[in-house]
Design a protein around this ligand. Structure first.
Ligand code: ADP
Ligand code: MG
Length: 422
């Protein structure tokens, strides 16, 4: 059981160090850590693993170095770098057969982790845990085989137990802890956003009752006075009052659009036609920014909701996409219709956003367009999509562009296999 003992000792150290890391992340309320920090942290973990290696012969080092490599590779995308670091550190302990076996394994792992990282993050949390576990088992099996070949006379039961229990156990424990912390951070952010929205919605309700009603009354009386003005001057003033009251009403109406996004009257929305209409409205803005609007309406269908609000939502999002490309460029709007969902993709090749900026999207008054923006557009879009039971996901990279993906459930009874359009 010597090797199992070593492995458990390794695991205890890794989990202790990771515990403090996760605690720090939770306190910082962010899951973004700098690459440099993550690399240093992983090097310490790998180095510690080597320090407490079990070596039955001077050629062989047995430890849990794959754990920091897998976690760093899957969760932070630094797998290839960590693999090279493992090869380098192993090299310091002698260039023997153990080194070459290790080098081959970690070169393959480097390529695997490099390819798998983006795909890994597109999987749901539960699947991510399984993927980590499966990779852990595969690496254990490969290591076990190579140790068997190099070392020959092994106490098979002891090795099998150590390799097939400890590393997979460790990797799934760590992966589960990371997912739990990640989920807690997401839930807390959602709650914070919901709290802010609630304040705005309450203000919306107050405005609609306390200001809109007196405004309507005032407008009525101004109308009456206009019918029978005492002098030319008064008629002029009354017109100005009337125009100002109209503009005040318009502002309130706009505010209420996002403050009260609940769907009032349900209509059948022809997604493609509605998007075409929005694009024709935005064409002058696009021309002004030298942006080419490209449509890719492959499969389309109908949604249930309020047309006016659907319109407003996509107007805001597409307008942002155009505004993100001050030097011009292309903006693509793609629609797809599946069995259960209609997906609308809005892709621009503009300035892009950082992870922090993406997180703040939809917050009231969040804008990076100094003086020019109101910071309400995305909030309106988010609340409208929410009221239609839709989902938004954002993919963005600084300097490269942004893709907004909207998916709306197709209401039962309305589903008709979308006809193929060019
Ligand atoms: P506004 O457009 O008035 O600034 P929005 O709520 O529409 O407010 O958008 C909020 C912020 O989100 C913008 O200021 C911008 O920083 C960011 N944003 C939204 N869409 C994009 C996009 N397609 N590309 C880059 N940044 C975007
Ligand atoms: Mg905007």
């Amino acid at each position: 059981m010597e090797i199992t003992k070593h492995f458990f000792f390794n695991l205890a150290i890794i989990i202790t160090i990771l515990f403090f890391g996760l605690l720090w992340l939770t306190l910082k309320r962010k899951f973004h850590i700098s690459k440099r920090f993550a690399v240093i942290w992983s090097i310490i973990l790998i180095w510690v693993c080597f320090q407490f290696s079990y070596h039955p012969t001077p050629n062989i080092f047995m430890d849990l170095r794959e754990l920091p490599v897998l976690i760093g590779g899957l969760y932070l995308g630094i797998g290839p770098m960590l693999c090279f670091i493992v090869i380098l550190i192993r090299g310091l302990y002698g260039l023997n057969i153990g080194f070459f076996a290790n080098a081959i394994l970690y070169l393959v792992l480097a390529i695997l982790l490099w390819r798998i990282y983006p795909w890994f993050w597109s999987r749901p949390a539960k699947k991510r845990i399984y993927i980590s576990l499966i990779l852990g088992i595969i690496i254990s099996l490969v290591t076990l085989t190579s140790v068997g070949i190099i070392h020959g006379s092994v106490n098979l039961l002891d090795y099998l137990f150590a390799y097939l229990v400890v590393p997979p156990l460790g990797i799934s424990m760590i992966s589960m802890s990371i997912e739990t912390v990640l989920n807690n951070i997401l839930i807390r952010d959602k709650l914070l956003k919901a709290g802010k929205l609630e304040v705005v919605e309450q203000m919306g309700a107050a405005i609609s009752h306390e200001i809109r009603n007196p405004l309507t009354a005032a407008k009525g009386f101004v109308q009456l006075l206009k019918e029978d003005p005492l002098s030319q001057k008064q008629a002029e003033y009354l017109s100005i009052i009337s125009a100002e009251l109209d503009s005040a009403e318009r502002v309130i109406k706009d505010y209420l659009t996002f403050a009260k996004p609940s769907i009032e009257k349900l209509e059948q929305i022809d997604v493609m036609n509605e998007l075409k209409r929005i694009l024709s409205i935005l064409q002058p803005t696009a021309n002004q920014y030298s942006v080419e609007l490209i449509t890719n309406f492959e499969l389309v269908g109908f949604l249930l909701g309020e047309r006016q609000k659907f319109h407003q939502c996509f107007l805001n999002v597409i307008k942002n996409g155009i505004e993100a490309m001050p030097q011009g460029g292309q903006l693509t709007i793609t629609t797809e219709s599946g069995e259960k969902y209609i997906t609308i993709l809005i892709k621009d090749y503009g300035v892009g956003m950082t992870k922090e900026q993406i997180e703040r999207l939809g917050e009231p008054y969040y804008s990076t367009k100094e003086g020019k923006g109101t910071g309400l557009g995305m909030m309106v879009a988010y609340s409208i999509v929410r009221s239609m039971n839709g989902k938004i996901s954002v993919n963005s990279e600084m300097g490269i562009g942004t893709t907004f993906c909207f998916s709306f459930p197709i209401p039962s009874g309305l589903y008709s296999k979308g006809e193929k359009l060019n």
